[in-house]
Design a protein around this ligand. Sequence first.
Ligand SMILES: *Cc1c(COP(=O)(O)O)cnc(C)c1O
Length: 373
Amino acid sequence: MEIKRNILLNPGPATTTDTVKMAQVVPDICPREKEFANMMKGLREDLVRVVHGDERYTSVLFTGSGTINIDICLNSLLPAGKKILVVNNGAYSTRAVEICQYYGMPHIDLKSSVYDVPDLKDVERTLDENPDVALVYTTHHETGTGVLNPIREIGRMAHEHDAIFVCDTTSSLGMIPLDVVKDNVDFCMASAQKGLMAMTGLSFVIGREDIIRESKDYPKRSYYCNLYLQYDYFEKTGQMHFTPPVQTIYSTIQALKEYWAEGETEKFARHRRVFEAIHKGLAELGFRDVIRREIQSGLVVSVKYPDDENWDFDKVHDYCYDHGFTIYPGKISTTDTFRLCSLGAIDVKDIEAFFVVLKEALEKYNIKVVYND
Ligand SMILES: *Cc1c(COP(=O)(O)O)cnc(C)c1O
C-alpha cells in the first residue's frame, strides 16, 4: 500500500513512518482482554525508560490530547489549603494558569517575557514569600516560541521549598535530553503524536508513584481526569478505567520499537540537524527569527513575517501544503510569526526539498524577504 508522505513542519502531530501508520491495522480486539492489558503494561514501562525514570517512577495512560495531562496533573496533585506556582513565559504555561482558574485552585501566575527564559531569582523569591506553594509548574519547551526553559534549576528550587515539580514536556520528550531524576522532575507528560512519532489520542503522565499514592486523599476536582483513580485502576486491573484509544496504542508500541532501534542519541542528533537545516534555509532566503539562538530548544523556529506588502502567510502556506509541506502559524501575540519545526520522521533532505518549494512560493507571489528595521 502506497501512503502519500507529507512533511509536517507544524509542532505536532508529526510526520510518522509507514510502519507506525500500518501498526494500527490489526484484528479487532476487545481492550478488556488480557492480551491488551499486557501490551499496555509494556508500554507504561517503556515510557518510564524514555525519560530515564528509576524504580520510583510510573506512567499512567489517558485517552485525550496533550492538554488532558496538564489538566490531570494540576487538578489531582494539589493538597487542600495549598497553592500552585506557574512559572509562565508562554502560551502553554498560560494554559496551565487557565486550568487553575477553571478549577478555582489557588495559584500564582509568575509571568515573564515570552521571548526569554524566566528569571530564576524571581522564582526563588516567590517561593520564599509563599511557603504554601506545594506544586511548582512550568513548560520544558514552550512550543509557541521555541524557548527551552531551565527546568533542572526550577525543579531544584521547588524541592528546596518542599514543593513537587510538574513539568509539561509534551514538545520535548523523546527529542531532546530529559532525565527526570537529574532534572528534578516529579511529573512530566506528553502525547503519542509528538516526540514519539505515533498517532493522536493517547496521552501519558510519568511521575513519582509515592506522590500519586499520597494524592489519594487530596481534594477530588474531576472524575474523568483524576490521576490517582486512573493509576489505581491500572494497578488493580491492568486496564484503563474507560475505553482506551486501541489503534493509537498499537501504533505507539511500534513507534517505541522504532525509537529504541534508532537510538536516543541518534534521534536527538537527527532533530538537531533538521533544526540546523531549517536555520540554514531561512538564512539563505533572508528570513529572521525572534528568539536568541542560545535559548532555542532545537525543535521550533519562530520566524518573523517579512515586511514586504506582498507577504501573505495563507498563500504561502497553501502553496507549500499543495506540494506536501505543512507550515504553521505562530503563537506570539505581540509579533507576527510563523513556525517551522524539526519534529517527526524527517531528515535534512526533506528540509532542503521544502526550501525549494518555499522559494517557488515566494517567487510566484512576488514576495521579497525584507525587514524595515
Ligand atoms: C502540543 C502541546 C500540548 C498539548 O496540546 P494538545 O492540543 O492538547 O495536543 C501541551 N503542551 C505543549 C508544550 C505542547 O507543545
